[in-house]
Design a protein around this ligand. Structure first.
Ligand SMILES: [Zn+2]
Ligand SMILES: [Zn+2]
Length: 350
C-alpha cells in the first residue's frame, strides 16, 4: 500500500516524520497534494505545546495544494491549484445561524484542533477549496488564510474611503490589513515598537510609519496624526499586537465614536478605564478567523503580488520543519512569513 509523508508534532518541540497510509478521497471531497504551507504564530505556540490543543498533531492550516483526485460533483478538475479553508463549524448554533460561523463554539481548525496540512496528501470537502488565480505562486496563495484574517478585521472596522486608520503592529496581519485598507481608499498610519518593521509598512501602502517608543505618540507623530485627522484622531484602529499597552494606546488615541478592532491575540490582562469607553462612545470590536473571505483574500493578493512576495522571508522543505520553527522562535532573526514546501513541485505559478 502506498504511503504519504506527514510531519507530526509529537510532543513539545519534537517532530516525527512518519509514513502514513495514503489518504483516500471521500465523497464530496477532493484529494489534494499539498504544495505549500505557511506558518504563523499559532503554529509556533502549538509546536511549543503552549496552545489549547493536545499533542500529537500534524500542524499546518495555511495550505495551498493541487487537486489530484477530483470530486466528480465539483468544478475542480485534476491539476487545479486550490487554497484550503481550514475552518469547520457546526452550522446549527446561534453563531452559525446568524452568519458568524467563525466564532462557532464547536469551531475546528485544520492543523490546530485536528491533523492539518504538513503532510503530502489531504482529502478536503470541495466547498472548502478555493481556486488559485492564474499566475499566482503557491507560496503566495498559502497566505490567503492569514490575509482573510486581516480582511476580517478590516471588514469589522467598516471603513469608508477617506477614513484614517491607525494599524498597531506591523507583523504579517498588520501589514496585510494595511494593504486591504489602502485598497479601500483609507489613509493608513502604521506603528510598531520595532522601527524597521514600522518602516516596512510603507511598502504595504501605509502613508506614515511610527516607531512606538516610551512616549507614544511623540511630538512629531502627534502632529502628523493631528494633521491627517484634523485633530480628531483616527476613526479606525486595528490592534494587531495583542499587547495590553497597545490596546490602552488605542483607547487613548481613537477618535470620538471611532472603532477599535482587536485582532492581535493574547491571554494577558489589560486594565482600562471604563469611563474612557463611555466618554468617546468607543466601539471596541473583537475579530477572529474570517467569515468566508478566502476568495476575497486571493483577489487582494492577486492585486498586490509584490507586497505578498515581500512578506515571505524564508522557505524551507518539509524535512527542515524544525529549523523553520527554530527560526521563527529566534527573536534575533527578522521573520515575515515562513513557507514550507511540502511537495517538491510546490511554489510554482501556473
Ligand atoms: Zn495562521
Ligand atoms: Zn456553530
Amino acid at each position: 500500500m502506498s504511503t504519504a509523508l506527514a510531519a507530526r508534532t509529537v510532543e513539545k518541540e519534537t517532530l516525527s516524520f512518519e509514513h502514513v497510509a495514503m489518504p483516500q478521497r471521500r465523497t464530496g471531497e477532493c484529494l489534494i497534494r499539498v504544495d505549500a504551507v505557511s506558518l504563523c504564530g499559532t503554529d509556533l505556540h502549538i509546536f511549543q505545546d503552549d496552545y489549547a490543543t493536545d499533542l500529537p498533531i500534524v500542524q499546518g492550516h495555511e495550505i495551498c495544494g493541487t487537486v489530484v483526485d477530483p470530486d466528480p460533483d465539483a468544478d475542480l478538475p485534476a491539476g487545479t491549484r486550490v487554497v484550503v479553508d481550514p475552518l469547520t463549524s457546526c452550522g446549527a448554533c446561534p453563531a452559525c445561524r446568524t452568519g458568524h460561523a467563525n466564532v462557532c463554539p464547536s469551531l475546528s481548525v485544520l492543523g490546530c484542533y485536528g491533523d492539518g496540512g504538513l503532510t503530502e496528501f489531504l482529502s478536503i470537502p470541495s466547498p472548502r477549496l478555493h481556486r488559485v488565480p492564474e499566475g499566482m505562486t503557491s507560496d503566495v496563495a498559502a497566505l490567503a488564510e492569514p490575509t482573510s484574517i486581516a480582511m476580517e478585521a478590516v471588514t469589522r472596522a467598516e471603513p469608508r474611503p477617506g477614513d484614517v486608520a491607525l494599524v498597531l503592529g506591523c507583523g504579517p496581519i498588520g501589514l496585510l490589513a494595511s494593504v486591504a485598507l489602502t485598497d479601500l481608499g483609507v489613509t493608513v498610519v502604521a506603528a510598531d515598537i520595532d522601527a524597521a518593521r514600522a518602516a516596512s509598512a510603507q511598502s504595504f501602502g501605509a502613508d506614515a510609519a511610527f516607531a512606538v517608543g516610551p512616549r507614544f505618540p511623540d511630538a512629531a507623530q502627534e502632529q502628523t496624526l493631528a494633521e491627517l485627522t484634523c485633530g480628531a484622531g483616527p476613526r479606525i484602529i486595528i490592534e494587531a499586537t495583542g499587547a495590553p499597552a497597545s490596546l490602552q494606546n488605542a483607547i487613548r488615541l481613537i477618535a470620538p465614536a471611532g472603532r477599535i478592532v482587536q485582532v492581535g491575540i493574547s491571554s494577558a490582562q489589560a486594565s482600562i478605564t471604563v469611563k474612557d469607553l463611555t466618554d468617546k462612545e468607543i466601539e471596541l470590536f473583537g475579530s477572529r478567523n474570517s467569515r468566508g473571505l478566502i476568495p476575497d483574500a486571493l483577489a487582494l493578493l492577486g492585486r498586490h503580488p509584490q507586497e505578498a512576495e515581500t512578506l515571505i522571508t524564508h522557505r524551507f522543505g518539509i524535512e527542515e520543519l524544525e529549523t523553520a520553527f527554530r527560526t521563527m522562535a529566534d527573536r534575533s532573526v527578522p521573520t515575515g512569513k515562513i513557507v514550507i514546501r511540502v511537495s517538491p513541485e510546490g511554489g510554482a505559478a501556473q
